[in-house]
Design a binder for this molecule. Sequence first.
Ligand SMILES: *Cc1c(COP(=O)(O)O)cnc(C)c1O
Length: 362
Amino acid sequence: MPEAALLIDLDAIAANYARLRAEAGGCRVAAVVKADAYGLGAERVAARLWAAGCADFFVARLAEGLALRRHLPKARIVVLEGPVPCEVADFVAAALVPTLNTPGQVELWGDAGRRLERPLPAALHLDTGMCRLGISATEAAGLDADRLRAIDVALVMSHLACAEETANPMNPLQAARFSEMSRRLPAAPRSLANSSGIFLGTAYHFDLLRPGAALYGINPTPGRPNPMQPVVRIRAPVLQVHRLDAPGTVGYGAAHATSSGSRIATVGVGYADGYMRAAGTGGVAVIAGREVPIVGRISMDLMTLDVTALGEHEVETGTPVDLLAGPGGIDRVAEVAGTIGYELLTRLGQRLRRVYLEATGA
Ligand SMILES: *Cc1c(COP(=O)(O)O)cnc(C)c1O
């Protein structure tokens, strides 16, 4: 019997990239593949996106950039965490573009360029209200022209705090601050929008878009229909079916009561696989296109489904079950668990074998 697997549809990722490109009009669309492409496997995902025409990739850490460089020799790879002195040589050797988040990093990168007698490319990250990473307005005003000339400013960027809330006044405020702050810097392509920011409209697009979540099927427009195709599902076989001859209970804490005649199917996926314990009550699985409720508590390696509504022969040992695939997909499962699709995806367990689906190749 095949073990539980995480099915990752690379064609759907490429289709989502094409969808975002259509939304982008003429501007460039990068791909954010930090945290191992949100848990889906940066190597395969990035290779597929490169084949689909994506030339700009963002990762969070130097180590992620170095690993990705081995698979994408020609892509532009931007590292969002700014460089510290001991990392400069690695950045240069792998031709990674650092994001400069502080005046100190601007100085560090300028000095590195002077030593090599050529300005090195970097992204300047402006803080327009997120207060996480980035150069403040006051600091930006204090950057002197000589320091900036020592750098090849390849991108000026900022990040939206509230992009998934279309009416949030933070959005126009940050866009206005971004325009104002970037005007005082050397002319360079500009980038503001993440996945949700893309759907705020062209006033947020500038020159380069930085989607992550939407590529992987997370709804960038919460509260409205998901414009993206689903990318992931967990597929696992039924391990055992119980037919209850008398009323009984299911699982830890005997928390779920069943009536006589119920049938309960056990599936080998649990919270150690990243299917959160909190996603049990109210969650559903899909068997042959039909939804069945998850019942009882999700345990480390197992969960239980009430399959009474399906025919006996429709659910047997070995019958495949899909998780994360019902209506609303990962967003819905995350909501049941009190979190967001981003956290769900990035926490899917390494015990799940990754299986890549790809029909068209490129
Ligand atoms: C993670 C991240 C993104 C991608 O955001 P999504 O909401 O996943 O599209 C873009 N820019 C920065 C700076 C990020 O940290």
